[in-house]
Design a protein around this ligand. Structure first.
Ligand code: NAP
Length: 242
């Protein structure tokens, strides 16, 4: 059984990715940072369907927490490694730049971009040594086009896209693929408070996406069939931005 680590797997898109990868036969390591109840619900859902998973609570933005959680996991799973990594954990702290505090700037960069660095660095060595690996980074439309009120988030996601392209070239000879998924508006807790009806008018598909639709794309990118796709940014946004 291959192991798949999904950061931010307790809710939203990450939750859907966990459920989908478990259905594809992966043992899923469900990472989250604070919402124990939501994470336990994901675990229960997977187990109820006959799948296999475990919870791995740590803050992706804290390098020592990441290192120690993954060292503990390795110690309790001798001979195993993580074949699939979905860097999905992310937060938004929106504000126009004139009012954007350094805390909001740093928190978003630390989680979305720092999290990619902290977690990927920990699992990449095994992927390279075993000559197999799949990394999918959850970027955003905001990282491609830039969205007003999100200079911090756009910077983090834009950086993640550039890092995806750079790392893909580093590890392609070792049969490790690295891709980014760039969702538009997806129905999760993260979009709470947005003016859904107004935003829908700008989306050619006239609706928000479902987390399961993003999970289906991730499932393809981590499959054996996607071995020749690397360094790409795949948008999933109902036609909002081409
Ligand atoms: P969400 O519903 O807010 O869920 C976020 C998940 O990330 C939660 O499980 C949360 O853990 C976890 N998390 C947050 N900070 C973390 C940290 N420091 N360490 C570990 N886990 C952390 O968000 P979502 O909408 O599913 O978004 C998932 C990803 O997709 C994000 O990277 C987001 O930027 C991206 N995205 C979302 C949309 C959208 O429209 N929803 C669009 C484009 C891109 P807890 O449950 O413990 O709080």
């Amino acid at each position: 059984m291959r192991n798949a680590l999904v950061t931010g797997g307790g809710r939203g898109i990450g939750r859907a990715v966990c459920l989908r990868l478990a259905r594809e036969g992966f043992h899923v390591l469900v990472n989250y940072v604070s919402n124990d109840a939501a994470a336990r619900e994901v675990l229960a859902c997977i187990q109820a369907e006959g799948g296999s998973a475990e919870l791995l609570k740590f803050d992706v933005g804290d390098p020592s927490a990441v290192a120690s959680a993954l060292a503990d996991w390795r110690a309790s799973h001798p001979g195993e490694s993580i074949e699939v990594l979905v860097n999905n954990a992310g937060i938004r702290r929106d504000s126009l730049l004139l009012w954007l505090g350094s805390e909001e700037w740093n928190d978003v960069l630390r989680t979305s971009l720092g999290g990619f660095y902290n977690v990927t660095r920990e699992v990449l060595q095994d992927m390279v040594s075993h000559r197999f690996g799949r990394i999918v980074n959850m970027a955003s439309l905001s990282g491609l086009k830039g969205l007003p009120g999100q200079t911090n988030y756009s910077a983090a996601k834009g950086g993640l896209i550039a890092a995806t392209k750079a790392l893909a070239q580093e590890v392609a000879p070792r049969k490790v693929t690295v891709n980014a998924v760039a969702p538009g508006f997806i129905k999760t807790d993260m979009v709470e408070g947005l003016d859904v009806e107004a935003l829908k008018k700008d989306i050619p598909a006239r609706r928000f996406g479902e987390p399961e639709e993003v999970a289906a794309l991730v499932a393809f990118l981590v499959s054996d069939e996607a071995a020749y796709i690397t360094g790409q940014v795949i948008s999933i946004n109902g036609g909002l931005y081409g």
